[in-house]
Ligand binder design. Structure first.
Ligand SMILES: CC(C)(COP(=O)(O)OP(=O)(O)OC[C@H]1O[C@@H](n2cnc3c(N)ncnc32)[C@H](O)[C@@H]1OP(=O)(O)O)[C@@H](O)C(=O)NCCC(=O)NCCSC(=O)C[C@H](O)C(=O)O
Ligand code: MG
Length: 298
């Protein structure tokens, strides 16, 4: 199920109870959207939010953006109804909150299948509790339907009793463990949200840190942060140019019967070429998505 080169630089949450946000998202340059039925929606508003999210998805207009519905957990009064509604909504995936075991994932999958979810519908897991993080490897192998992890750094900070420091040091172990588990199983991985909407510099630093760690993109809570995430998580022109150069040089070397080549004084082996191919593929998909989104909003 994993499609790790799909652009996922910016994935925006919106409360399912906010029709203006659900509509506005059709015009925003986010690579993905999380239509939320869980923590952004008050208990009294859960039923309305579920209906509104399904109506919005049926109405369409979201173009090629990846669409995830974050359901409530199966142990809550709303989880089962959320899954039934999301299963046939046309969303790309169901996002399960507070996942702590492979069994939890398989229970949601069974409920999705019973509700008629198409085989193409993916599952994403939020890792946002200490137990979930410690079991991330088991969770990553729970089902072939699993496409990725989303870090829930706010819930995690609460459970860890740790501070939200600017360098996110208290979070780094958890981020690293989950990323290891995701990559070991070929899954995508999205970093957690930055809560301070006034702190543009801190947001950009957090994006850079997430990208350095290896995340595919960042989950967001406000449209004004989309452009920065899109910029930071995209390959730069220089990286694309370098990648194309080493692919070409290595291809030529292989044709001449050599396994390695030196480009600009650096030794290039197959592993560098594989990474370069991934990067060029991602850049191509970003260009395609950006142009499709531009066309749909003009
Ligand atoms: C934080 C907000 C409540 C702020 O909303 P608002 O006061 O409306 O902001 P603005 O006036 O600045 O909005 C400007 C325009 O942008 C639209 N907008 C705002 N936010 C969104 C959004 N998320 N998606 C789509 N559109 C959005 C407004 O409608 C305005 O448009 P216009 O009418 O044309 O002027 C709000 O941003 C918000 O609700 N954000 C999402 C909060 C959320 O979903 N939280 C839950 C997910 S985070 C989480 O749970 C993390 C995880 O589980 C963990 O544990 O870490
Ligand atoms: Mg959470």
């Amino acid at each position: 199920m994993a499609a790790t080169t799909r652009p996922r630089r910016s994935v925006l949450y919106m409360p399912g109870s906010n029709p203006r946000a659900l509509d506005k998202a059709r015009t925003l340059a986010a690579d993905g959207l999380i239509l939320d039925l869980e923590d952004a929606v008050a208990p009294d508003a859960k039923d309305d939010a579920r209906r509104q999210v399904v109506e919005a998805l049926k109405a369409g207009g979201y173009g090629d953006r990846e669409l995830l519905v974050r359901v409530n957990g199966l142990a809550t009064p709303w989880g089962q109804s959320d899954i039934v509604a999301a299963a046939k909504s046309g969303a790309d995936a169901i996002l399960i909150p507070k996942v702590e075991s492979a069994d939890m994932v398989r229970q949601v999958e069974a409920a999705m299948v019973a509700a008629g979810a198409p085989a193409s519908m993916a599952i994403w897991c939020m890792l946002e509790t200490p137990r979930g993080v410690l079991r991330s490897a088991e969770i990553a192998d729970s089902t072939p339907r699993l496409a990725g992890f989303v870090m829930g750094t706010s819930d995690l900070a609460k459970d860890l009793h740790c501070a939200h420091t600017r360098d996110r040091q208290p979070m780094v172990t958890a981020l690293g463990l989950c990323l290891l588990a995701a990559r070991a199983s070929g899954l995508a991985a999205l970093d957690g949200v930055h809560l301070d909407l006034e702190d543009d510099e801190g947001f950009e630093n957090a994006c850079r840190q997430g990208q350095d760690l290896g995340f595919d993109g960042k989950t967001l809570i406000h449209p004004k942060t989309i452009a920065t995430a899109n910029r930071v998580f995209a390959p730069t022109e220089k990286e694309i140019e370098w990648s194309k150069a080493i692919i070409a040089a290595h291809t030529e070397a292989v044709a001449a019967g050599k396994g390695v080549v030196v480009v600009g004084g650096r030794l290039i082996e197959l592993l560098h070429v594989e990474n370069a191919r991934r990067l060029v593929d991602l850049a191509t998909r970003i260009a395609r998505l950006d142009s499709a989104l531009k066309d749909s909003s003009s």
